[in-house]
Design a protein around this ligand. Structure first.
Ligand code: ADE
Length: 420
């Protein structure tokens, strides 16, 4: 049985206002919700979701429930829960939630256990913790799960590793890899919300600061553009020569972290890998530098090594800022405990971009149900027609029109005879 566990029911009225505020910027999802309410595609299905518990996620949960799903929600990160949104989901929208901002590791996994005890037919993950737990410890569920949706790059990488090692027992839809998700959410969402988190945590003026970004995937691209837009001198660090070249040709300086760390005023990691800021970097980092992470897991900064090397640690010198003091007198500030700074110190991506991500999640879930039993136990994409449907609806809700191919142009594009 799923156990509801939230911080405080009394936060529901504030949460409801924030959920409805987000909803006005999520018109694509709202249209899907209206259709689902009529067609009830998820009637008879139990759905367990392990996502960031935010106002935007609340609107996705409302959509799954409108479609007849028996859906529950737990947190995909201990520090990303918006307690008011969680309270309102439970009190106003009848969606069971187990998530409390700041929960410890044991609570986090007890909430995931609760999502498993819901005995789901469908799961939805942001980082693959729920699927990983089911595959490792709950073989009795493997047969009944018809599909699992994955929201983020890190989760897709983990799931592809599971596919490679032959342990996947049900199909996965890599929602992250659908173009209506990563091209917008990872780039524009992470770009803006990461800057938002850093500014809310520190009140830094970015103009004229040296801002080092580790990783030039879609998130790193978005972040570097936004930091440049605010006047920062952006340096990119990379391990992939193609991405490094792209960063250079987009006008950014590129160098190894061993050099960049020494000149940074701010360092933000968005790589998905461990120890990107490691013990060898701490002696190089300047006094007063802010270090933070916007990758999925809190592994990108070696905080254990930092704690060992610093002589003094002061928690919350300001909200979401911890200070590590060295024997030389130097201080390094860690933002958001090295967890996703955009959700730890700000509100995550704005609703209007989550509209596309969660429209993709909702339609992926419908696709999984329609194709029940037909998908192999592999990591799948969605058909292009679903991407185009979401993109066309988003354009229409934004009031934009685009051209259509003429019959002559279509014929030309599908022929090869005419050349020079
Ligand atoms: N991931 C990043 N931003 C988010 C948000 N606002 N809601 C849910 N998941 C997110």
């Amino acid at each position: 049985m799923f156990k509801i566990d939230i911080k405080d029911k009394a936060l529901a009225p504030k949460g409801k206002k924030r959920i409805l505020w987000a909803d006005k910027d999520m018109p694509v999802l709202a249209k899907i919700r209206e259709r689902f309410a009529k067609e009830k595609p998820f009637e008879g299905y139990r759905i367990s979701c392990c996502l960031h518990v935010t106002a935007e996620t609340a609107n996705l949960m409302r959509t799954l429930v409108a479609g007849g799903g028996d859906a529950v929600l737990v947190a995909s990160n201990p520090l990303s829960t918006q307690d008011d949104a969680a309270a309102s989901l439970v009190e106003d929208f009848g969606v069971p939630v187990s998530a409390i901002r700041g929960e410890n590791n044991d609570q986090y996994y007890s909430h995931i256990k609760s999502a498993i005890e819901h005995s789901p037919h469908i799961t939805m993950d942001d980082g693959a913790d729920l699927v990983s737990e089911i595959l490792k410890n709950h073989p009795s569920l493997h047969k009944q799960i018809i599909c699992s949706m994955e929201e983020t790059t890190t989760g897709v990488i983990r799931l592809k590793a599971m596919q490679e090692s032959g342990v996947l027992k049900f199909p996965i839809i890599a929602v992250n890899d659908v173009r209506t998700k990563h091209l917008f959410d990872n780039r524009y969402g992470t770009g803006q919300s990461t800057i938002d988190g850093i500014i809310r945590a520190t009140d830094i003026l970015l103009a004229g600061k040296t801002f080092v970004i580790a990783g030039y995937g879609w998130c790193g691209r978005g972040l570097s553009e936004r930091a440049r837009g605010l006047g920062a001198n952006v340096i990119v660090t990379e391990v992939d020569p193609i991405k490094a070249l792209e960063a250079i040709m987009n006008g950014f300086r590129v160098m190894p972290m061993d050099k960049a760390a020494a000149v940074a005023d701010v360092i933000c990691t968005v790589t998905g890998d461990i120890n990107v800021i490691d013990s060898r970097h701490f002696p190089l980092i300047k006094d007063g530098c802010y270090i933070c992470n916007s990758g999925h897991f809190d592994v990108e900064i070696n905080l254990k090594a930092l704690a060992k090397e610093a002589i003094e640690y002061e928690k919350e010198v300001r909200g979401n800022v911890d200070a590590y003091r060295f024997s030389s007198g130097k201080v390094i500030y860690v933002l958001g405990e090295g967890r996703l700074i955009n959700l730890a110190a700000a509100e995550g991506h704005p609703a209007s971009v989550m509209d596309m991500s969660f429209a993709t999640q909702a339609l992926a879930t419908e696709y999984a149900v329609k194709n029940r039993g037909k998908l192999e136990n592999l990591v799948h994409l969605l058909p292009r027609s679903i991407e185009l449907d979401i993109a066309n609806t988003k354009l229409a809700t934004m009031g934009f029109e685009i051209d259509q191919l003429t019959a002559e142009q279509e014929r030309y594009l599908s022929s090869w005879e005419s050349g020079t």
